[in-house]
Design a protein around this ligand. Structure first.
Ligand code: IMP
Ligand code: MG
Length: 179
């Protein structure tokens, strides 16, 4: 385990199981459609790549970079689109893939933006959900794992752009982000 972690939340094997279940749920929900799967970068990239490869449904993929944090562990409340999609979402069945829903600002922003651009359906999948931290009333359609008010890193999730490449997810020691 990485020395800056306090404990492991999900091992590689546990992540693989969550991914498989989420992919099966999407396959059932979107049977017969040709969805556009969107990864909200950078946090969801690892989950996204595993998820779309575990699906049977043929999906197209696209990416959007959204930044809400800077080098902090608190959301700014104003998620910024740093890089927009290449594809049009008009009349598409959109699958939005998130790493974690925390305050809910990012998910709300994405939903308003993509529905506003004319997506015909909008399905959101998140690897983690932190319901106790919610600031706006919003929920992903499918959430793999619920956690309390802990700051987690690994498998795409970062603290100040670090730890994203760990193949597992763990709780970051408080002393790392409170110093
Ligand atoms: P929200 O807009 O507050 O819901 O936050 C969404 C974004 O904050 C996520 O996509 C993550 O990038 C980031 N985030 C929230 N909680 C954590 C965490 O525990 N570890 C790492 N990133 C987090
Ligand atoms: Mg982040």
């Amino acid at each position: 385990m990485n020395k800056d972690l306090q404990s492991i939340v999900l091992t590689q094997e546990q992540i693989a199981e969550k991914v498989k279940a989420a992919a099966a749920w999407l396959d059932e929900r979107l049977a017969g459609k040709k969805p556009l799967a969107i990864s909200v970068l950078k946090g969801s990239v690892m989950f996204f790549c595993d998820l779309v490869r575990a699906m049977q449904t043929p999906v197209q993929i696209d990416f959007m970079t959204v930044s809400s944090y800077g080098a902090s562990s608190e959301s700014s409340g104003m998620p910024k689109i740093v890089m927009d999609l290449a594809a049009s979402v008009k009349d598409r069945d959109v699958i939005l893939v998130e790493d974690i829903v925390d305050s809910g600002y990012t998910l709300q922003r994405m939903r308003d933006l993509l529905m506003g651009r004319g997506a015909s359906t909008f399905t959101t999948v998140t690897l983690f959900d932190k319901p106790s931290r919610r600031k706006v009333d919003i929920k992903a359609d499918y959430s793999c794992f619920e956690i309390g008010d802990e700051f987690i890193v690994g498998y795409g999730l970062d603290y100040a752009q670090q730890y994203r490449t760990l193949p597992y997810v763990g709780i970051l020691k408080r002393e790392i982000y409170e110093k």
